[in-house]
Design a protein around this ligand. Structure first.
Ligand code: PMP
Length: 384
């Protein structure tokens, strides 16, 4: 009898399984449309020039591989928090608790642990539908009851605003809402500034807690400050406590280096000091201390005006190319008479283009050999 007889077989994660399927597929026309990783015009991963320069600078200085402190690299933590919050809010940093994390996923997990430590009974966690699939898993694995709410109107291909408002109005006071700070994954559809303001009013009135998943700052507009509007509005103007889970995986292309940060905006400096020490204890028992290399790179990128400007240009390159791709896909679909309307593609922003295709069409695209359409040249000119 095994100690692990109770371990269930868990099917592979859908996104990573799709990537594995993609890698195995010999078709020369294949494109991986599942995983949220930026590709350059040759279809290859892109090392950002700002990151390349920072890496060279670090190597030239001589890089050691010592442990970081439990909370992470101080320079990185401070610059990451300032980047997400802006210098005005950051100037009140005594009310912040900041802890480096294993990218955005680790940040979400740490905030989950922190909420679990501080809230009894456990509040409900509201998660938009659709969303990045790991949101449910991270919070469920910590014992939270997760509730999906309709975020996207699949028929009209836009934000399901009425549902959003009614869920905010109906949620138990003290509930947690996970919101994508910008560039919603996978719909590419965010609230407008006016809508964010309305969300903020309700959250304040109803004492709801906002957990920002900020994995794509800069990817919407190429302008980080613009993309951080919601974060800064909630914390700076409404003076709400909030958690911000910052990831540099996408906006610096540091996916595998696991560079992220938890930034908690709190009501007082005593609470901030205590919260930061609790984060430190939680981090110690989880990973002991976070990885150094990526944090050093990010800290160099964020550390000087010159390097930052190079990064801003990189953000414009990535967000601009993504927008162009979406537009040319839209134009190609119209030009070849693809049925339906495609305007939603041009309205979306961020890394994702949410086509709104039926599961049947997706299957045909993914496995053309399963379909007689493969032999149809017309089909290839439309969808190939
Ligand atoms: N949040 C969202 C919305 C994401 O799309 C992702 C990655 N796809 C993450 C968080 C986590 O990313 P990472 O852990 O690589 O920073």
């Amino acid at each position: 009898e095994s100690w692990f007889a109770a371990a269930e077989y868990v099917p592979p994660d859908a996104i990573f399984a799709l990537t594995a399927q993609y890698l195995k597929d010999p078709c020369p026309l294949k494109v991986n449309l599942g995983q949220g990783t930026y590709r350059d015009h040759t279809g290859k991963p892109w090392v950002l020039p700002s990151v390349r320069q920072a890496r060279e600078q670090l190597l030239a200085q001589g890089l050691d591989h010592e442990y970081l402190p439990i909370l992470g690299l101080r320079d990185f933590r401070e610059r990451a928090a300032e980047t997400a919050l802006g210098s005005a809010i950051y100037s009140g940093r005594e009310k912040l608790a900041i802890c480096q994390s294993l990218s955005g996923t680790g940040a979400l997990h740490l905030v989950g642990l922190l909420l679990k430590k501080c809230q009894r009974p456990l509040p409900k966690v509201y998660i938009p539908e659709p969303t990045w699939s790991n949101h449910h898993q991270v919070f469920r694995s910590l014992g939270f009851q997760c509730e999906s709410f309709s975020y996207y109107d699949y028929e009209r291909m836009r934000l399901d605003w009425d549902s959003y408002l009614s869920v905010l109005d109906g949620a138990e006071a003290g509930s947690i809402f996970i919101v994508h700070a910008c560039a919603h994954n996978p719909t590419g559809c965010d609230p407008s500034k006016a809508q964010w303001r309305e969300v903020g009013q309700i959250m304040k009135r109803r004492s709801l807690f906002l957990l920002f998943d900020a994995a794509y700052l800069g990817f919407n507009s190429g302008d980080l400050d613009e993309d951080a509007f919601a974060i800064r509005h909630f914390i700076g103007e409404l003076k709400l406590e909030a958690a911000v889970c910052v990831s540099f995986a996408k906006n610096m292309g540091l996916y595998g280096e696991r560079v992220g940060c938890v930034v908690m905006a709190l009501n007082s400096h005593v609470i901030a000091r205590n919260t930061q020490s609790t984060l430190e204890m939680l981090q110690r028992s989880e990973v002991s201390n976070p990885p150094a290399f990526g944090a050093k790179i990010a800290s160099v990128v964020l550390g000087s005006e010159k390097q930052r400007r190079t990064w801003y240009t990189d953000l414009k390159t990535m967000s601009g190319r993504t927008r162009e791709m979406r537009e040319s896909l839209h134009d190609a679909l119209i030009a070849c008479g693809a049925p339906g309307t495609w305007d939603h593609l041009k309205q979306q922003s961020g890394m994702f283009g949410f086509l709104g295709l039926s599961p049947e069409v997706v299957t045909i695209l993914r496995e053309p050999s399963s379909s007689s359409h493969l032999r149809d040249a017309q089909f290839y000119s439309v969808y190939g």
